[in-house]
Design a protein around this ligand. Structure first.
Ligand code: OOG
Ligand code: NI
Length: 460
């Protein structure tokens, strides 16, 4: 079975499972589809960029948090069955969270077009915990086994055979899903859970349970402001501000999330029974994806977001109400003043975003006109000239990855306050994550750049 088909079936099975576990997710899916249908009807030209309604409605990302390096190594092999590889290094210790992360996703253009399912995957950094919590977390996770024997066997078969048959793929999806399911029985007694919680909500979520339950699944919406309003009309309490760039700038990624539910949890007691408690782990998130930025554009974006965070902290001092009301306007004003491009055309002309280029009909009919322009100017200048002459057209490349600052905001808005980081010493440690993975993480700029360059080469 083709990998993209396993990926799509798995992603759909995960979505069906999450609908049952978190009913609000299912309700929102219907609303997202309505908004997307309305949006595509109003902007039919958008289909070329984002795909059909069915294709967009199949798009989602999820997130999990792992406890041990060997869990990450096996997880990487599991995602490999579906053609998903680790892309990007996200250091969350800068936001005082004791994890670092990568995202598993397909990388080839045609694979992304078929199904771009991504999973943001974090690994606990015990090196950043205080001695007592570190030891308790290590002890609690020591003999945890998050994969079923069936899943392991099929991962091995996949590697031996170079793929799975249809029957094997069905079995694989069934077995793999077990790892992502919510297990209401905790692995640790209530008092240990509470100790973890006191140190960090994140440690409690990672170290107390049988598996890395999927903590959210995020559909892609084409108009996040509209969705945000609808959610509020429905009485769903969202995070105060949409994370990411302000609305109106077609860049990167905007996300909103809401606390989904408190789950009844059974903690083992010392008499072979259980005591009941509760855990807050899973939430909902919706996102809108835009154009991927080149490092130059990303640097401006990062600088402005850091500035906005500072202003935002001042606003928060005046109360949550003030913050909710004032933040979006403040952010938009900041970008209006300091972000040099507000449309895809401007992003492209200033070479701040990634684009793929192709010949127009006229360009196909007049290869000599294209040839005539090839006189030593840079590829970027050349493409601008060819676009002006109607020989080439450009399509923005969608940002397929994540934003560490937004990710930190998402993490924090759904955890109890304590973040659990004691040392910020050895902060970013990509090598540590790669060692756990047994693989290197791809640099997403390399991937976007390659895509742009290939499109230019094929014109030349
Ligand atoms: C992951 C948060 C990051 C996103 O969309 O930025 C994320 C987590 O809470 O485990 O999913
Ligand atoms: Ni997310």
């Amino acid at each position: 079975m083709p990998k993209h088909q396993i990926r799509e079936t798995f992603s759909r099975a995960m979505s069906d499972m999450y609908k049952k576990e978190v009913p609000l997710y299912g309700e929102l899916l219907d609303i997202v589809r309505d908004i997307n249908r309305e949006h595509l009807e109003a902007h039919p030209d958008l289909e070329e960029e984002v795909g059909s309604l069915d294709r967009v409605s199949e798009e989602r990302h999820g997130a999990i948090r792992l406890g041990k390096p060997e869990e990450l190594a096996t997880m990487s092999r599991l995602f490999g069955v579906m053609g998903m590889v680790p892309v990007g290094y996200y250091d969350l210790s800068v936001a005082n969270l004791p994890v670092h992360s990568t995202a598993f996703r397909p990388v080839e253009e045609d694979e992304l077009a078929k199904n771009p399912f991504r999973v943001f995957t974090s690994l606990l950094r015990t090196d950043l915990l205080d001695d007592e919590t570190r030891q308790q977390a290590i002890d609690s996770l020591a003999d945890r086994e998050i994969f079923t024997p069936g899943a392991i066997e099929l991962i091995n078969i996949n590697e031996r055979q170079g793929g799975l048959t249809a029957d094997q793929a069905d079995a694989f999806i069934r077995e793999a899903l077990e790892t992502f399911r919510w297990h209401s029985e905790a692995r640790v007694p209530l008092d240990q859970y509470e100790k973890f919680l006191k140190s960090s909500g994140l440690v409690a979520d990672i170290a107390s349970f049988k598996g890395p339950h999927i903590n959210h699944l995020t559909p892609r919406v084409l108009d996040i402001q509209k969705l945000h309003r609808r959610m509020q009309d429905m009485g769903i309490e969202t995070i105060p501000e949409v994370q990411g760039p302000p609305s109106g700038w077609p860049i990167l990624l905007q996300q909103t999330s809401f606390r989904a539910l408190v789950e009844k949890t059974h903690f083992p007691d010392d008499k072979g029974g259980y005591v009941e408690g509760r855990h807050r782990a899973r939430f909902g998130e919706i996102e809108q994806r835009h154009t991927a930025l080149k490092p130059e554009g990303m640097a401006i974006y990062d600088r402005l977001i850091a500035k906005a965070k500072q202003y935002g902290n001042d606003l928060k001092k005046e109360g949550e109400e003030v913050y909710r009301k004032e933040y979006p306007g403040m952010l938009a004003e900041l970008f209006e003043k300091e972000f040099p491009a507000k449309t895809n055309d401007e992003l492209r002309r200033q070479d701040l975003g990634y684009f793929v280029y192709e010949k127009t009909k006229k360009g196909q009919q007049h290869p000599e006109a294209i040839q005539a322009e090839q006189n030593g100017q840079s590829n970027h200048q050349l493409m601008e000239t060819l676009i002006r002459k109607g020989l080439v057209k450009a399509t923005p490349v969608t940002y397929e990855d994540f934003l560490p600052v937004s990710a930190a905001g998402i993490f924090k808005s759904n955890l109890d306050e304590k973040s659990g980081l004691i040392e910020s010493g050895e902060a970013s440690d990509r090598a540590l994550l790669e060692e756990a993975l047994g693989d290197t993480v791809a640099d997403y700029h390399d991937l976007y750049r390659r895509q742009e360059e290939q499109s230019i080469r094929s014109i030349l």
